[in-house]
Design a protein around this ligand. Structure first.
Ligand code: NDP
Length: 688
């Protein structure tokens, strides 16, 4: 392709705080539908070692200085900036071959992931710089030696190598957990659609919200960047299995045990249950889902359904129903009115898909479609990468291998019959590990058997039935809250999955020492460590005054039979163990009538509460409540309440305080143990 006076834009990389053009001639990137030049890409001359160092020394330092809630707030700010600019992204997205619906998945799906991680960060993580993983472990008989796992952000940089099919979502779904964890990132989009990623990165940088070095972009080849990775860096990869394997075995990645998350192509299956015969809602849902998965993004989705596994008796009906729907798919330039499916990303990609179809046809016959031809209305087939949907049928899939191993990354799927549940599972497993499988059934027993069989081979399993017909996000949609990744051929990685995705960028460390040392290190009170307090009731202290370890030891209260009966009648809880002496004695756990657990919790509150208006604004629950010793009439109870964790909320004049609560009897036996959760004012009296 020769460049005219209307020369396309030269993409730039964002390196070490500046936009830089490549020094090479560059590669022309073309519009998937028209073949027009869209941009020129080249990263020649980039100093990739300097980029890594810039990220580590500037970006990482700045991000780690922020708390989890501050970083979560940042994600939300970016999401808003990008949402405001979304029409710009949609306009450019058509050049990749994406329809408005395809663009929505990529653009707003990606921005939604930022919002989701922001919300998870603020709701599920403390407003600290250090995360605590799990409860402390007592490691000695006398309790003087204990352990606590902590999580801290790695001090390197996350290098994200992305695929061409989701230039926005592919970047954002990785950036969200990376930034929330406190790591800087270098994004390397796939060249073919990098112009859209570049535009989005420009809008992020233009916002001025991001600390210097937190985000850099390589528009073009990453060159020798991987030669400079260190043990604190992380590499994530999405793309073909062959490139992934090659990068994963890079000598520096192996030598430094660099974390490498790989998400590669897979031959995802959808299984139709035996109950879902033609005429049922599940049959219709299944057919709709297969067609949607074949045509959305023109089938260029790592999660798309490639293998359609159906009961032998209905395979003909399935092929007919899918074919009828596919026949209604209008293919063309995604900018044109009424077009449901755009072209593939490039002519090269179309040739690739056609070559794969030829391979698949060695084992599968053509059931619908014209592999080498194109709807004449679609556009110029020499310029636009149009590919009509193709449905294949493999009659003997148990004795086939190509249909389970060759992925045509386009609007192509193969129907395969099964005769038993075991056979359906066996066929799905022949994919050697996939990102997702779906099961369409309204039969719980079949769903259970199928899911248990499929689970070891899949990162995600979706069950479709009439109940979720309207609410389900569908087979092909990875969600921020759920794991995206899969075993074996799918790469063996896991992305997102809520906070699990954040953990890829954190180092887990087991810290061992005395309870006092663990409290000092983790900033969370560990049982057995020192307490403090003085004469002021801790409920009279604002966040500014409270200290970890502030403790109240209450007065006592003796439990009477009248109390128990009163509580039983008042609440209506007349369970025999509280009311019937003989029946209670017959119970293996009790020696007679016992107090209600909730009575114990209630009188404990009566013992520790300071009733006047004060900095404690509300009690919003208890965690980990356990009743450990029965309480009998005549027992005398006492409470010890210790400030365990203080969590000021970002931008609010209050925060959460967690109180370790232990109720003991007159023999110092622990009767009940739990955490009381309260909202406490930052200062008292509160500002108007
Ligand atoms: P590739 O594996 O070739 O490319 C994926 C990413 O890796 C791109 O960013 C690419 O950059 C980069 N890359 C390629 N070679 C190197 C290298 N030597 N060093 C560093 N980075 C490198 O996949 P394609 O995008 O070409 O797609 C090919 C096939 O992969 C598809 O047909 C499909 O089967 C599968 N695929 C799977 C996806 C998934 O989500 N699981 C998504 C997309 C594709 P550049 O573009 O600049 O070469």
């Amino acid at each position: 392709m020769t460049l005219t006076s209307d020369a396309p834009r030269r993409l730039e990389s964002y390196a070490c705080g500046a936009w830089v053009a490549g020094t090479g001639k560059g590669q022309v990137l073309t519009d998937a539908a028209t073949g027009d030049a869209v941009a020129v890409i080249d990263a020649g001359g980039l100093d990739t070692a300097a980029m890594l160092e810039h990220a580590r020394s500037r970006g990482g330092r700045a991000l780690r200085a922020m708390t989890y809630h501050q970083r979560a707030g940042l994600l939300k700010e970016f999401a808003k900036v990008l949402m405001d600019a979304k029409e710009e992204f949609y306009a450019l997205s058509s050049a990749t071959g994406a329809t408005r619906t395809d663009g929505w998945i990529d653009i707003e799906g990606g921005i939604g992931t930022l919002f989701a991680y922001s919300s998870m960060g603020r709701r599920q993580l403390p407003n600290t710089r250090l995360l605590i993983d799990g409860e402390p472990e007592v490691l000695s008989k006398d309790g003087s030696f204990a352990g606590q796992h902590i999580l801290s952000p790695l001090k390197g940089v996350a290098i994200h190598i992305n695929a061409y099919n989701f230039p926005c979502w592919g970047m954002l779904e990785k950036l969200a957990p990376t930034w929330l964890a406190g790591m800087p990132a270098i994004v390397k989009p796939a060249s073919q659609t990098a112009y859209l990623t570049e535009l989005m990165v420009r809008r992020i940088i233009d916002s001025g919200l991001l600390p210097d070095g937190a985000l850099q972009l390589v528009s073009g080849s990453i060159g020798s960047m991987l030669d400079h990775v260190t043990a604190q860096d992380v590499v994530t990869f999405t793309g073909s299995a062959s490139t992934g394997r090659m990068l994963r075995s890079h000598p520096e990645i192996i030598a430094n045990s660099v974390r490498f998350t790989m998400e590669a192509d897979s031959l995802n299956a959808s299984v139709l249950g035996p109950d879902a015969v033609p005429g049922t809602e599940e049959f219709d849902l299944f057919v709709r889902e297969v067609v949607r998965e074949m045509t959305v993004k023109s089938g260029q989705k790592c999660t798309a359904i490639r293998r359609v596994i159906v009961p032998e008796a209905v395979s003909e009906a399935v092929i007919k129903a899918i074919g009828e729907k596919l026949a209604k798919t209008t293919i063309g330039d995604p900018r044109a009115e009424g077009v449901r499916m755009g072209p593939l990303a490039s002519l090269a990609q179309r040739d690739e898909v056609r070559a794969r179809i030829r391979e698949l046809r060695a084992e599968a016959e053509l059931a619908f479609g014209t592999p080498e031809a194109v709807d004449p209305l679609a556009g110029d087939p020499d310029k636009g990468a149009f590919q009509a949907p193709v449905l294949l049928h493999c009659a003997d899939p148990l004795n086939a291998s190509i249909v389970h191993g060759v992925e045509a990354f386009g609007p192509v799927a193969t129907v395969m019959p099964y005769r038993s549940t075991d056979e359906a599972i066996e066929l799905a497993a022949r994919g050697e590990g996939s990102l997702v499988a779906s099961v369409f059934t309204n039969d719980g027993a079949f769903a259970r058997e199928a899911v248990l069989g499929l689970a070891p081979w899949h990162g995600r399993v979706l069950i479709g039935n009439r109940t979720t017909a309207k609410s389900s996000t569908g087979h092909g949609s990875p969600l921020p809250q759920m794991i995206h990744g899969g075993p074996g051929r799918a790469g063996g990685g896991e992305e997102m999955g809520g906070l699990r995705g954040v953990h890829h960028f954190l180092q887990r460390t087991a810290v061992q020492g005395s309870p006092d040392m663990l409290t000092a290190v983790a900033g969370k009170w560990v049982r057995g460590s020192a307490t403090c307090g003085g004469n002021t009731h801790p409920f009279r202290k604002s966040l500014a005054e409270l200290e970890i370890g502030d403790t109240l030891v209450t007065g006592t209260r003796t439990v009477t039979l009248e109390d128990i009966e009163h509580f039983a009648e008042f609440t209506g809880d007349t369970f025999y163990a509280h009311m019937d002496e003989a029946a209670a004695r017959a119970n293996p756990f009790f020696e007679g009538r016992v107090a209600h657990g909730y009575y114990i919790v209630s009188i404990a509150a009566g013992l520790f509460v300071q009733p006047d208006p004060g900095p404690v604004l509300a009690n919003y629950g208890v965690d980990a409540l356990r009743f450990l010793t029965p309480v009998y009439p005549g027992d005398t109870l006492q409470v010890s309440l210790t400030c365990k964790e203080i969590n000021p909320r970002e931008g609010a004049d209050y925060g959460e305080v967690r109180w370790d609560t232990t109720v003991t009897n007159q023999r110092s036996e622990v009767v009940a143990q739990y955490d009381v959760l309260t909202m406490v004012a930052r200062s008292w009296p509160m500002a108007a």
